[in-house]
Design a binder for this molecule. Structure first.
Ligand SMILES: Cc1ncc(C[n+]2csc(CCOP(=O)(O)OP(=O)(O)O)c2C)c(N)n1
Length: 563
């Protein structure tokens, strides 16, 4: 047992958790923590806005599959983190947000920069701690990591009053902890796996719907083994994009509001849907009452609260999806042959639909369109390159036209849809994997929200590529106003846009503005090789829409193919 301050204990406990990076910004209420940072081996990344710190920690977590850490001071520092915390919560990403708080005697007195951040984030954190004595800190840090990373992952808040940071006391660092009342389900019930297996073996036109849970649990090989064993086509939710290689013959790509037409169609034609680590979100399934009606629906998920929440199911396998899938695969009889005729017909149906929609979905004739630009990026980016996106049309074009080949190399703010997420998150991803290129597919509106992270990317030597599909519009909102409000545009023109190349250069980044596919080709090749942050400014038609499209409140069968 050694004597140290609460702040020093925090840093020691984080080191024991093998934290590599802390993304943050100091202030009055976390000065003792920043002082303790001076003696720590952990690398601190100074952000320009706390929202970005939370997104960076989130991006790091999604690629490393280990909690990311961010720091903020009390009051405005802490509230600036909230969007990032809520974003991580919506996408089940483990982050530890450490906020400074006013000293214990000042709490509840409307002290300078006091905010009840635990109250504010209560609905979007898995748990929150506030130590009343410095000696509680080591155990709380250990518990924070355990809660954030186990079961269904998510954000945990650790709000430390300033006097507790300063308090010097004897510290004990536990190697193992147990959290009373918190028992994440891990091992699934074998009888439910048996039931699921029977349904699956009987099905003639089964389909797998893979969600983000497959990525979170790293169940890529198990998913692929199951699909191949029984020749089952795989669709993904948007968060599940990248759970299955999209160049595989069984891959149908994303379903939902902006899913592939053939994927939406085949889900409607299936006689059994196996949802794995997916939560049946409204954006994925359209109308809950229509989706999977009158057919067997099997649900694999780690979170019991997801079972039957949006969709009642015929079999529910609750537990870590990786180990559940392993158990399922073992139950498939060795001599089991899929009815080859049936699976051939089911796969032929896929080819038929792919060909049909290839010709019928409206395309645009400009030299550079979003679709062509993204196909070019796919052609040139190595398979293991990481891609994140902003929110809007840019995000949905990426979902539709950028095929993820190497599992787990694509992510986006899917649950909350947070503009400004992709760029800082890509910097976090680069911190987690600095050996591969990292690209943020951006719209100009989203990029404007966190573009100041260019300073971080350049100065901290975490170079990422911003692939800016620049329509000088809040494009997705404009598309909705075009479609549902008779072209009555309101609040969507991004007037007075900066010159993004000059902006990038002023931060010390490099920049290319391209006006032909040839120039785009060169700019992508150059930025992949480059060791400095790069913005590729790609002007596109402000009227280019995203198709196909399932309007809100309608079902997948009502998919709109083109104008
Ligand atoms: C923080 C935040 N504010 C508002 C929205 C609503 N919204 C969704 S898409 C969008 C437009 C995005 O524009 P841009 O980033 O330029 O991408 P584009 O759609 O043009 O590709 C807006 C405003 C949001 N998702 N997030």
């Amino acid at each position: 047992m050694s004597e140290m301050s609460g702040a020093a204990a925090l840093m020691t406990a984080l080191e024991k958790e093998k934290v590599e990076y802390i993304f943050g910004l100091p202030g009055g209420a976390n000065l003792p923590i920043y002082d303790a940072l001076v003696d720590s081996k952990i690398r601190h990344i100074l952000v320009r806005h706390e929202q970005s710190a939370a997104h960076m920690a989130d991006g790091y977590a999604r690629i490393k599959r280990k909690a990311g850490v961010c720091f903020a001071t009390s009051g405005p520092g802490a509230t600036n983190l909230v969007t990032g915390i809520a974003t991580a919560y919506a996408d089940s990403s483990p982050i530890i947000a450490v906020t400074g708080q006013v000293a214990l005697p000042m709490i509840g007195k409307d002290a300078f920069q006091e905010t009840d951040i635990i109250g504010v984030t209560n609905p979007c954190t898995k748990y929150a701690f506030q130590p009343r004595h410095a000696s509680e800190i080591p155990e709380m840090v250990k518990k924070s990591f355990y809660i954030a990373e186990s079961g269904r992952p998510g954000p945990v808040l650790l709000d430390i009053p300033k006097d507790v940071q300063q308090q010097v006391t004897k510290m004990e660092f536990p190697d193992y902890i147990k959290v009373r009342g918190y028992n994440p389900v891990v091992d699934a019930d074998l009888s439910e796996i048996n039931k699921a297996c029977e349904m699956l073996l009987k099905a003639e036109k089964p389909i797998i719907m893979a969600g983000g849970g497959v990525i979170l649990s790293g169940a890529f090989p198990e998913l692929q083994a199951l699909a191949e064993l029984l020749s089952i086509p795989v669709v993904t939710t948007f968060k599940g994009k990248g759970a299955f290689p999209e160049n595989h013959q069984l891959a149908l790509g994303p379903i939902g509001m902006h899913g592939h037409a053939e994927a939406n169609k085949m889900v409607l034609e299936a006689d059994c849907i196996v949802a794995i680590g997916a939560r049946f979100s409204d954006r994925t399934v359209g109308r809950f009452d229509e989706f999977g009606k009158d057919i067997n629906v099997i649900h694999f998920d780690v979170d019991p609260a997801e079972i039957g929440k949006n969709k009642s199911v015929n079999a529910a396998v609750i537990g870590d999806v990786k180990s559940s899938l392993r158990s399922l695969i073992k139950l498939i009889p060795k001599n089991f042959r899929t009815n080859e005729e049936i699976s051939k017909l089911w796969l032929a149906r896929k080819r038929e639909l792919v060909n049909y929609y290839e010709d019928s979905i409206k395309d645009y004739s400009r030299e550079i369109t979003a679709k062509k630009a993204l196909k070019k990026l796919r052609e040139l980016l190595p398979a293991e390159g990481i891609v994140t996106t902003e929110v809007g049309q840019c995000q949905m074009w990426a979902s539709l036209h950028f095929d993820v080949i190497s599992p787990g190399t694509f992510f986006s703010s899917t649950g909350l849809g947070t503009m400004g997420f992709g760029f800082p998150a890509s910097i976090g991803a680069k911190a987690a994997r600095n050996d591969v290129p990292v690209v943020d597919i951006a719209g100009d509106g989203s990029f404007s929200m966190t573009e100041n992270s260019l300073a971080v990317s350049v100065l901290e030597d975490l170079p990422v590529i911003v692939f800016l599909l620049n329509n000088q519009m809040l494009g997705m909102v404009a598309q909705w106003q075009r479609t549902f409000y008779n072209r009555r545009y309101s609040g969507v023109h991004q007037k007075n846009c900066p010159d993004y190349c000059k902006l990038a250069e002023s931060y010390g980044a490099q920049a290319f503005r391209v006006s032909s596919m040839d120039e785009l080709d060169k700019a992508i090749k150059n930025s992949i090789k480059s060791d400095v942050a790069t913005v590729i400014d790609i002007p596109i038609d402000p009227d280019e829409d995203v198709y196909p499209f399932v309007a809100p409140g309608t079902g997948l069968k009502d998919m709109i193919i083109g104008a």
